[in-house]
Write a protein that binds this ligand. Structure first.
Ligand code: SF4
Length: 410
């Protein structure tokens, strides 16, 4: 009979890895991380974006280290962030010449909290193992963890060809897509074994195997989870823009998280031109919060609206309250411990408004079209006030702020 998962399965046991002072895996909650899209050599821009991502809730931030200028900038970026009070662990993303950059820039090797290597992009043939080994040895020397991050788009072609030949020789028991999935899993596992043989301990290794299709991602991670106890970084690569990226990432990662798979997540959204990079952090937080794994910001329950809400007051108030709460959270988390547990309801009319508002800590039921222009407010399940007039939205915002002060203030 089909098994329905009405609650998450027990979290898969993984070996915890310290990335700076953030633990990934083990008993730690699922960590949110993100990546900058600035030129790392542009110190001002990179510092600003790392700080913004961290303020938005990114607990680890990855930066591109692709050339000498970028590597030289890394320790300066770390120091500038520290002066701003931002101590988020920085991960260096290396491809092709990571071994050389780390050797030539010891300050960069020391400043980073983790190195990310893609086994498909460390060199060719005999150079590949040597260059991979050089990065691992640097990690051992500086006591840093490594993420072995395999990517569908840069899969080790020698390994793929070998597996395809083997499959063909056995009469093709696997489809071409199954062989590719197996190649990506094996690439991660073989590289992890190599790193351990060189001397990198298991508690310094995180694995990822990113692909761009939801079903492939699920299949690959289910297999990785079965065949190793390494901490796993989840991410759907090239997830895409707008709602497509959000939906695809949430579908894939939601299913894996429900099965107890995944120790850290990154939602890779293609930003709209001039768009806000912190959106990927918001989506990651909302995914974990919606599924009940972590609580980051107060929940605002809002009805979808219908023909009874022809004015825009209801939508504007729901959006304003949500934005205010999110914007204030970095400060409120310190000032009002536990505020992330708050539940606010903004409802469009009396049909479901009073009922939903009573279930929230503080809720308002706005007047729908044709109703008496008054809005009952419920606090802790009891009707506390009735707001009237054009100031309803402002008055409710003030009531929310007062409620937070009274309940969560020292
Ligand atoms: Fe429509 Fe009222 Fe239900 Fe909101 S609460 S969806 S306004 S009927």
């Amino acid at each position: 009979m089909q098994q329905f998962l009405d609650r998450p399965l027990a979290r898969r046991r993984s070996v915890g890895v310290a990335v700076g002072d953030v633990i990934v895996g083990g008993d730690a909650p699922v960590v949110v991380q993100s990546m900058t899209n600035t030129d790392t050599a542009d110190i001002d821009a990179t510092v600003a974006q790392v700080a913004a991502l961290h303020r938005a809730g990114s607990e680890i931030v990855r930066i591109t280290v692709d050339r000498d200028e970028a590597a030289a900038a890394v320790p300066r970026i770390r120091d500038r962030l520290a002066r701003l009070g931002c101590h988020v662990p920085l991960v260096g993303d290396f491809h092709y010449i990571g071994h050389k950059l780390l050797a030539d820039h010891p300050d960069c090797a020391e400043a980073l909290a983790k190195y990310r290597i893609n086994p498909g992009n460390v060199g060719f043939k005999e150079k590949k193992d040597r260059q991979f080994g050089a990065i691992v040895e640097t990690a051992i020397r500086y006591d840093k963890p490594v993420r072995i991050g395999v990517n569908w788009g840069s899969l080790d072609q020698e390994l793929l060809t070998r597996l395809m030949d083997q499959n063909q020789a056995q009469g093709s028991p696997m489809t071409a897509i199954e062989v590719m999935r197996e190649a990506i899993v094996q690439s991660a596992l073989i590289s992890a074994t190599m790193a351990e043989e060189i001397g990198l301990p298991r508690d310094k290794i995180i694995l990822s195997a990113k692909v761009s299709q939801v079903q492939d991602l699920i299949a690959v991670y289910v297999e990785l989870a079965k065949r190793s106890d390494h901490a796993l970084h989840l991410g759907l690569t090239e997830a895409g823009m707008g709602t497509k990226g959000v939906v695809a990432s949430s579908a894939a990662m939601g299913i894996l998280l429900q099965q107890g798979i995944g120790d850290t997540i990154r939602i890779s959204l293609t930003p709209e031109p001039g768009g806000d990079r912190t959106r990927e952090v918001q989506v990651a937080q909302e995914l974990l919060q919606t599924m009940g794994f972590r609580q980051f910001v107060p929940i605002v329950a809002a009805c979808p609206g219908c023909g009874r809400t022809t004015s825009t007051v209801f939508q504007e108030l729901a959006a304003t309250i949500q934005d205010d709460l999110r914007r204030n959270m970095p400060v409120w988390r310190e000032k009002y411990p536990g505020v992330e547990e708050l539940k606010v309801a903004v409802m469009g009319c009396i049909v479901n408004g009073p009922g939903e508002s009573k279930h929230a800590d503080i809720g308002i039921s706005l007047p729908g079209t044709g109703e008496t222009p008054s809005a009952p407010v419920f606090i802790d399940g009891q009707k506390a006030a009735t707001l009237r007039g054009p100031q309803i939205a402002d008055d409710f915002q003030k009531m929310v702020a007062e409620y937070i002060e009274q309940r969560f203030g020292a």
